[in-house]
Design a binder for this molecule. Structure first.
Ligand code: 1GP
Length: 242
């Protein structure tokens, strides 16, 4: 089965974000085991910066201890590993920085072609979440204001028309406010491809609300780094939304 089919199959999904820079090996093993027990759908692996050389070993540990697809969620062109299963090929369509729209992609393309990874072309949309985030700073782009639904809708539609297979609404890691239900609902209603939502989702209740508003995949990072024990509650909350 292709990875993309897992995104389009019925039902809400949960992705656990693992930043290879942060956890110890023991913590990665725990994340893998808990995720397996909780029925997590995807691991997204990546971060804004990699200050060590842990990417390959992190993926290897996740794969040894869980049978869950590992998808690279790269903060940069150096975050490539053929140990993963797939690659979110992110084009930052909310911004107007040519490097993030196509420049880095040209550099990465030959490596990706050789990697054997399943490439998932993704329209990545940064939504203003109350304060500057690592993504807005590192990408040198301005997020879409959180009340500009028309801009968000048209951006997502353009991404789909350009052939992107996924749209990712991103509040930014540790966002003060996650993307609003109204924004999720509007964007979901304007596209026919799966919608990923992440950034600042701190509770299982909030994760379920995002899923009910129309998100197909909910991404959780920081909240699980702080309280790994919440994982099964997050997974149940998301999977429980019809
Ligand atoms: C960040 O969407 C992810 O890219 C997850 O954000 O760490 O705030 O859950 P959090």
């Amino acid at each position: 089965m292709k990875l993309y089919d897992l995104f389009t199959k019925p039902g809400k999904k949960i992705a656990v974000l693992v930043d290879p820079d942060k956890p110890t090996d023991e913590q990665i093993i725990q994340i893998a085991k808990r995720s397996q027990e909780s029925g997590v759908d995807f691991f997204f692996v990546g971060g804004s910066l990699l200050t060590n050389d842990n990417l390959d070993s992190c993926i290897k540990l996740l794969k040894i201890h869980a049978k869950i697809p590992v998808i690279l969620f790269p903060g940069n062109t150096n975050q490539l590993s053929n140990k993963a299963d797939g690659f979110l090929f992110l084009s930052l369509i909310s911004g107007r920085n040519a490097e993030m729209l196509i420049g880095r992609h040209v550099i990465a393309a030959p490596y990706l072609k050789l990697s054997g990874l399943e490439i998932l072309p993704t329209g990545y949309m940064l939504i203003d979440s109350g304060k500057p985030t690592s993504v807005s700073y590192m990408s040198n782009t301005v997020p879409i204001p959180n009340d500009k639904f028309d801009i968000a809708i048209c951006t997502a539609m353009a991404g789909e028309m350009l052939g992107m297979k996924l749209i990712f609404l991103e509040g930014g890691s540790g966002a003060e406010r996650s993307v609003s239900d109204e924004m999720i609902k509007m964007v979901h209603g304007s596209i026919n491809i799966p919608l990923i939502v992440g950034g600042g989702i701190r509770t299982p209740e909030r994760a379920a609300q995002c899923a009910r508003a129309g998100a197909d995949v909910i991404v959780i990072g920081n909240a699980l780094e702080k309280e790994p024990g919440l994982l099964s509650q997050f997974a149940d909350a998301v999977h429980g939304v019809i």
